[in-house]
Design a protein around this ligand. Structure first.
Ligand code: GAF
Length: 368
């Protein structure tokens, strides 16, 4: 029996920059998914998947992706690695897989990356494949893009695989090189307060894809491989070349967001964590006004955190709902949380869920 655990994530800054070959700075969470892989019970030649969060197991014949049967979406995150490995020539034997996650689903904390990464690491280990870091990352990203069909950019899988306790992970999403950057919250008397707005994700799938194709179209019109290749110094020239207001807003968000990631990394390297607050807030304003991926619940939580004295606050993740993070002093965690609750009650929104988050380890084996 082989057991691995992989975490969900919070993105500190760098939203919708990953699929533009840009920069991101997420950190891994304590909550995660545990995956168990073992040989199938004698006499059964197939793959079975059970989730502690789902009523029914899924049992399929061994196959590649093109012959994959129609199965519930959650199980595609698990079976995807088996289908893709088969396509790549691995003779994957009959297996039983079990998964159990404590990442809240639908909150934008990447329960899907936790699932894919825990399963992929456990399979690599169980089957003795010896995949290196790059191959593991590529496989987990392909599962989400090709086997599930979500056009995501890979940040979530990268940090779930490579996150380090006490650190954020600076990722170059073109080279996939990563560097752990100290995120010493306690040493600065600070906390990351998370407000899960529990807002229903509105049109998130189609809107995410639309942002991605809009960015790709803008890069094409600007004659660059990706928006990563437009620097902050080039921004005004690039904007002047585009005659479409929507594309101009997308470009402005992505280029300034990449620049904010680099600035936050610089500040963290210099041990100046409290100074990153205004950059987090600027990121939120850019997502709200330029990229237009926030919703009223998210904006209300950010405003309430500011009014309660947060050093900075922003939505984290793909948008259209999900979680907001506030960089707050340890002493004001309670009062800032109360401020968010009160603002939600005043606005007639449902009760948010509030908790603190600190950077934890990426995927790791668990004694079976
Ligand atoms: C989601 C996606 F999965 C990531 O790849 C990333 O694009 C993020 O939204 C936005 O930064 O989490």
């Amino acid at each position: 029996m082989t057991v691995w655990r992989a975490p969900g994530r919070i993105n500190l800054v760098g939203e919708h920059t990953d699929y533009n070959d840009g920069f991101v700075l997420p950190f891994a969470l304590e909550v995660g998914c545990t995956a168990v892989v073992e040989p199938a019970s004698p006499g059964r030649d197939g793959w079975s998947v059970r989730s502690a969060q789902q009523a029914e197991p899924v049992v399929v014949r061994r196959s590649g992706l093109s012959a994959a049967p129609d199965v519930p979406e959650w199980s595609r995150y698990v079976l995807g690695a088996l289908w893709l490995l088969t396509d790549r020539g691995v003779d994957v034997p009959a297996l039983d897989l079990r998964v159990d996650s404590d990442v809240p689903s639908g909150a934008g904390l990447s329960s899907s990356a936790a699932l894919v990464c825990s399963v992929t690491r456990a399979l690599d280990d169980h089957l003795g494949l010896g995949l290196d870091d790059d191959a593991l990352f590529a496989l987990t990203r392909d599962v989400e893009n090709d086997a599930v069909g979500a056009p995501t950019g890979g940040m979530d899988q990268l940090v779930s695989l490579r996150g380090e306790a006490g650190h954020a992970l600076f990722c170059d999403m073109r080279s996939h090189e990563t560097r752990a950057v100290p995120l010493d919250l306690a040493g600065n008397g600070l906390a990351v307060l998370v407000a899960d707005t529990r807002a229903p994700h509105r049109h998130s799938d189609g809107e995410y894809g639309a942002r991605r194709s809009g960015c790709e179209e803008a890069a094409r019109r600007l004659g660059v491989p990706a928006l990563r290749d437009v620097t902050a110094a080039d921004l005004d020239d690039a904007l002047a070349q585009l005659n479409d207001d929507e594309l101009r807003r997308y470009v402005r968000h992505v280029v300034t967001e990449d620049d904010r990631v680099l600035s936050v990394v610089r500040l963290l390297d210099e041990g100046r964590l409290p100074d990153v607050g205004p950059l987090l807030t600027a990121s939120h304003i850019s997502m709200r006004d330029d990229f237009r991926i926030t919703v009223p619940e998210v904006d209300t939580a950010v405003d309430a955190l500011h009014e309660a004295g947060a050093l900075g606050a922003r939505m984290t993740g793909g948008g259209f709902g999900g979680c907001v993070i506030g960089l707050v002093s340890e002493q004001s965690v309670e009062s800032a949380g109360e401020a968010v609750r009160a603002a939600f009650a005043d606005a007639g929104f449902g009760e948010p869920s509030l908790f603190t988050a600190a950077p934890a380890a990426g995927a790791h084996p668990v004694a079976g």
